[in-house]
Design a binder for this molecule. Structure first.
Ligand code: NAP
Length: 241
């Protein structure tokens, strides 16, 4: 129970990877505040299962981010922030609309920035903290049909590096996790052909499970990673090797 007495915020904790992360941090002893966009029932069920609290909080707005930070302050403020909320709006660049670009950049990159800005004052006050940003292999290598998504996730990696250098002297660590293909609602949209083609490219020959990302996040949240900051950890079954 290495996170006993710690408080964590997980954005996008109602489903998929964020839900597994919230459960993982709670089983390490943390009090968890879960953010979500619109899945009230799912978010409430996760919060109930882990004795946490669910807050409707759109990370595309400063108000949404403040709502999560305020909820965490009821327990003394966040020690851990996991920026997991993310969206896709895929399409070839030739036909991509401004709205597709703006939405994905604003939630994935903008949301990560706004949440960090909102959560940092409490961490500075506590003289320590750990921020984990969920990026993607698309942000490391690029992916056709995802110029908006991969640009937003590459921005998250660069933000992680810069912020880690700004905050290191305050004992606040900032790292990123880059999942490959993980079984969630986001990847349920793949066609059978896309799935077969994809599995052939993954050396471990399977998609990852949300819990396999949660294990890495739990490690980066706690005392076993105290000398690690500014890094991006790829968890992808060998896809990018
Ligand atoms: P998912 O199943 O689609 O869940 C997305 C989560 O983000 C939901 O909890 C959703 O809330 C929340 N969310 C969406 N827009 C939001 C907003 N504007 N404000 C606040 N919350 C918002 O996605 P996932 O597959 O678990 O992905 C989680 C993260 O991992 C994302 O950042 C994604 O880019 C990244 N990732 C996923 C994969 C993969 O293979 N699945 C691979 C690489 C990276 P609601 O439930 O209320 O809609």
């Amino acid at each position: 129970m290495e996170l006993q007495g710690k408080v964590a915020i997980v954005t996008g904790g109602s489903r998929g990877i964020g839900k597994a992360i919230a459960k993982g941090l709670a089983s390490a002893g943390a009090q968890v505040v879960i953010g979500y966009a619109s899945s009230h029932d799912e978010a409430r069920a996760v919060a109930e299962a882990i004795g946490g609290v669910a807050v409707q909080a759109n990370v595309a707005t400063a108000e949404g981010c403040d709502a999560l930070v305020n909820a965490a302050s009821e327990w003394g403020g966040a020690d851990v922030l996991v920026n997991n909320a993310g969206v896709t709006a895929d399409g070839l660049a030739l036909r991509m609309k401004d709205e597709q670009w703006d939405k994905v950049m604003n939630v994935n990159a903008g949301g990560t920035f706004r949440m960090c800005r909102a959560a940092l004052p409490a961490m500075v006050k506590k003289r320590g903290g750990s921020i984990i940003n969920i990026t993607s292999v698309s942000g490391v290598r690029g992916n056709p049909g995802q110029v908006n998504y991969s640009a937003s996730k590459a921005a998250v990696i660069a933000l992680t590096q810069s912020l880690s250098r700004e905050m290191a002297r305050r004992n606040i660590r900032v790292n990123a996790v880059a999942p490959g293909f993980i079984q969630t609602d986001m990847t349920d949209e793949l066609t059978d052909d896309q799935r077969t083609e994809l599995l052939a490219r993954i050396p471990l020959r399977r998609m990852g499970q949300p819990e396999e990302i949660a294990h890495m996040v739990r490690f980066l949240s706690g005392p076993h990673s105290e000398y690690i900051t500014g890094q991006t950890f790829i968890v992808d079954g060998g896809l990018t090797v």
